[in-house]
Design a protein around this ligand. Sequence first.
Ligand code: ZN
Length: 337
Amino acid sequence: MVKFKIGLAWLLASLFLATGLAACGDATSTIAPTAASISTASNNTSGAATTAATNSAVTSTTGKIKVLATTTQLGDFARNIGGDRVEVTTILRPDDDPHDYDPTADDSKNAAAAQLIVKNGVGTDDWLDKIITNSGTKAPLIDTSEGIKLRAGNGSDEEKQGDPHIWHSTDNAKIMVANVAKGLTQVDPTNKEYYQSQLTAYQKQLDDLKAQITQIFAPVPVEKRKLVTNHDAFGYFTDEFQITVVGSVIPSFSDAAQPTPQEINELIKNIKDNNVKVIFTETTINPKIAEQVAGAAGVKIYSNLYGDALGAPGTDGDTYLKMELSNAKNMAAGFQQ
Ligand SMILES: [Zn+2]
């Protein structure tokens, strides 16, 4: 008991220290992107988005279509669908946290040069609005969440559109890449058949991935599939593979939020009540509070999941397919500790 109290005091101290972290909840621009999946990226308020300029796409000096994607996983999707016809730049880099990003001047330059812009949507990359405004780009904008059935948000301003971590469902990923293919076809209609065949091939890989992950979890009894993570990023994944989310250290879809002492106490209780053995941390998040919760609950940290970004080149999470496979393997092993 004494040990527990010391642990909690530590947690509280760290909470005070951590209050300097930027909150992602200042959702001044969370406008639901539920209109057409393809709209001109000019950030005017008239809603007069048209696709007028898109058929006269000017290719880059390499002859390739310049695509700008917000997140690393979207960049990977665009490369897979665009193949050798595209030149893809991403705004975020591997291990970058999308919930807490400040656009740079380079982002505006890249947006101005882009012929197609690809975003996640569901509020996770709303900072793109600022980049679009600053750059004056007229490139078509693809919202890859278009057509995806969203999980409910937690009622906060930031999460009112729903859970933004849509890519962690392989079924959702198939819709996201179809949206990318639609956008590429719009800006580069002469290569329509090429993009369609790339799409078909990659969707087949996504089906294979789902089958592989199902196999990975097959030996793990459903009652042992209990997940505690650093932030609430895996709801779509856990829905797809019959995993129960017991809780997350940061009880929010945004990893920029901070847990209250009550929330931490509740999580520790849930971990004990559910006989959870491990907590998973994530590559994009400081594991400090998770480590303290693990200590207080008497469980292990079982690193390290790819939550909101791909890993650096050369890691086992440097593509979307590898990221999800790595997460599945780590979870399956951790559940059986
Ligand atoms: Zn997240």
